[in-house]
Write a protein that binds this ligand. Sequence first.
Ligand SMILES: Nc1nc2c(ncn2[C@@H]2O[C@H](COP(=O)(O)OP(=O)(O)O)[C@@H](O)[C@H]2O)c(=O)[nH]1
Ligand SMILES: [Mg+2]
Length: 680
Amino acid sequence: MPKFSPENIRTVALVGHGAAGKTTLAEALLHRSGAVTTPGTVEKGGTVCDFDPLEKNYQHSLNAACAHFTAGESRIHIVDTPGLPDFVGRAIGALPAVETAAVVVNAQNGIEMITKRMMQWAAKRGLCRMVIVNKIDAENVDLPQLVTQIQAAFGKECLPINLPADGGKRVVDCFFNPAGESDFSSVAEAHQALVDQVVEVDEELMSKYLEQGEVSPAELHAPFEQALREGHLVPICFVSARTGAGVPELLDVFVKLMPNPTEGNPPQFLKGEGAAAAPIQASPDATKHVLAHVFKVMIDPFIGKVGIFRVHQGTVTRDTQLFIGDGRKPFKVSHPYLLQGKEFIETDALVPGDIGAVSKVEDIYFDAVLHDSHDEDHIHLVPLEFPLPMHSLAVEPKRRGDEQRISEALHKLAAEDPTFKVTHGLETVISGLGDLHMRYIMDRLQSQYHVEVTTKPPRIPYRETITSKAEGHHRHKKQTGGAGQFGEVFLRVEPLPRGTGFEFVDQVKGGVIPTQFMPAVEKGVRQVLDAGPIAGYPVQDVRVIVYDGKHHAVDSKEVAFISAGKRAFMDAIAKARPIVLEPIVKVEINAPEPSMGDIAGDISSKRGQISGTDSGGPGTVAIRAQVPLAELNNYQARLKSVTAGQGSFSVELSHYDPVPPNVQKDLAALHSKTAQVEEE
Ligand SMILES: Nc1nc2c(ncn2[C@@H]2O[C@H](COP(=O)(O)OP(=O)(O)O)[C@@H](O)[C@H]2O)c(=O)[nH]1
Ligand SMILES: [Mg+2]
């Protein structure tokens, strides 16, 4: 028998901006509950959650880390996530593992960029949310002002469930047992505001409350959970992870108020592919078939591939045979683990709500659904939306002969990180969310895989498209000694909305091009798609309609139609006013306020546009802009020089726009030059 039933499990992700104190808070919770005896600090190292040596170097969490502890009758799983914008993918990835997103706010800095983003992402995933205001011990914090700021940014449903007292040395409860004095605002009023908010989801309780003036915490429990599920209530708690003030009260809130797996919003799974996919719900029932979701993968040279998963349904034991996604071959779990930072603790059973791990399973992959029956094939989680990595570098080995090892290492790193991509084309290009992300990848290559690379700016991924309708035609006819080759194609091209891709339509009537040759025509057309006629870049957003043609009973062959399709398409593109498109990226820059003017000037001189600014915390601004990717070469160095090393930025794809005519001319000239060299 597992010791904990799903009703006794809580799962909480600590999310929010870097340096809010998430890792320190996790340590304080582990210490308070007795799971660790001497708490570590992020400065000296030795915390449970920042166990990677690189995290100690960077003094920041770089990965999502899992830990658990017991409080009363409950087991609480904590996922500590990184708060730097470059590593936000690992925080988003952890959201499907938990019922509750606890957004940790730094009382000194107020609401920051990642605070906002995580609030939004968590709401979008249907998670119950709470705000934890940390560092109430610190100097110069204005907590009443912060509460106002939180409510202005995230709504009136954000309500204190406890309040700081004795100048931040402790907190007073405003929900269960509202008594005593707080440092600001009245405990009784805070209590009333909470009850008012909760009863709004339950009409019967509301009338009882209006009649009697009070309802008991027990009666409030179910509507409280409902209010959390509906986002109608976002409790605010106050703590100091450093002094421990508010930590016992926070534990109490986790245990008594935050949802167990039967009370949260169940995760949305889909069964089937594409448009035919139908939503299904996991039920947190330990006796049913197993459904678990891999939200993190770690590749360790010593323990092999580790899959970290959240159990959503059924029970995982040593004897459980698990299929990975649609894979045919199950693996036997043998050693189910609980995690305590870097430590693997073997356990007997993992039930719905538990976060566990398996090691040495080579086929496991990020976002895989683990299940124990073929009835559960083709199930996947409603996809997470990750920012598209656009900070790219072309890499080359420092030592010759390392190509293979570098490629393998990069693919292992990409398997761990949904916002890190590797593409092999003319050059090997790696893409991430920012400079720090890239530096981390370089460090991992060196420290873990013992390979080194040099980097340079990659070629810009331009695209080509057309701007008007046109017709194209080609007759392929060859008479070489014996059998001839014959095929003729008439087609039309039409521009499609940006981002649509490519459509191929067969409107040939009367079998003038026999159906068995249509794939050949399409193949010829697709050859042009890979390398467009203006500058050799992929062609997109085009519909090709083949409407007429001719064949020959003896001489028609596949090759003839491939060639006719290709030439007819090139003919049509040339007449359809083709253009080159360039990627425009969204850039978010964090920098000291005084450098704002210089940054804005630089952006406009690079064909960029500022789309907005926010406060980025005390003394800093967050600047949002759209800039052609081609103009961002070496941006890190430029930003560094105008901000004296204080600025940081992240980049993601926005859309594609036509390049200015002079750029198009240059690209075309470059292309015809290289094409000539190749022909010579
Ligand atoms: N004064 C004070 N400092 C804190 C508190 N919690 C964390 N810190 C400090 O804030 C910094 C960032 O903490 P960390 O736990 O790494 O933040 P994270 O990035 O959110 O994980 C460290 O220097 C901590 O010592 C707190 O409650 N009070
Ligand atoms: Mg941290």
